[in-house]
Design a protein around this ligand. Structure first.
Ligand code: COA
Length: 160
């Protein structure tokens, strides 16, 4: 968890790595003990590769995720999101889920589009352009082996 908060690659679009004092505070805090936070671990050896979170910080069910840099590009984020969204469909009563990502975070935007999220609006937050994306929880989830973003999908809109 500390590495996820302090790795400069992981934190590139998340406001940067936390500073030394914050890191010391993190090491003393009960990391991950809030509702809706899962550790992602490799099945073979139980090594932690990232985390995925559901929360209601904006008043709506919100999904967020992070992989350690050496674990990207292998479909683990998509697999984890599908598992958590499937759990949410079965367990929660929310009709939809949102995700907020920096517009520049192309990997995250592609992942969300692959999962069926569409852009509700652009917004400016933490000094950068963000996309607030949403997806109905009533709609079926794409299959784990489904196609990645199709070339015919429209590009995300510019900041409004
Ligand atoms: C955002 C983030 C999770 C996306 O990770 P990712 O590696 O692009 O996503 P996935 O794990 O789903 O992997 C997708 C890649 O694996 C490939 N892949 C291989 N097997 C796959 C499978 N079975 N299913 C889906 N994709 C698969 C895809 O083709 C894709 O390849 P590409 O990178 O060449 O396009 C990651 O970049 C990250 O953790 N970033 C730092 C934290 C962050 O920015 N979080 C977002 C906060 S809003």
């Amino acid at each position: 968890m500390i590495r996820l908060m302090t790795d400069p690659v992981t934190r590139e679009y998340l406001g940067g790595a936390v500073d030394y004092a914050s890191r010391q505070a993190l090491e003393l805090s009960p990391l991950g003990l809030s509702w809706g936070r899962w550790v992602l671990a490799r099945r073979e050896d139980d090594t932690m590769i990232g985390s995925i979170t559901l929360d209601y910080d904006r008043g709506e069910l919100e999904l967020s995720y992070a992989l350690l840099p050496e674990c990207t590009g292998q479909g683990f984020a998509a697999e984890a999101c599908l598992a958590v969204l499937g759990w949410a469909q079965e367990t929660l009563e929310d009709g939809h889920v949102i995700a907020v990502t920096q517009t520049r975070n192309k990997r995250s935007v592609v992942l969300l589009r692959r999962l069926g999220f569409t852009v509700r609006k652009g917004l400016e937050e933490f000094g950068t352009q963000q996309l607030l994306m949403e997806r109905s929880l009533a709609d079926p989830l794409p299959s784990r082996d489904g196609p990645v973003q199709s070339p015919s999908d429209p590009p995300p809109p510019q900041q409004t």
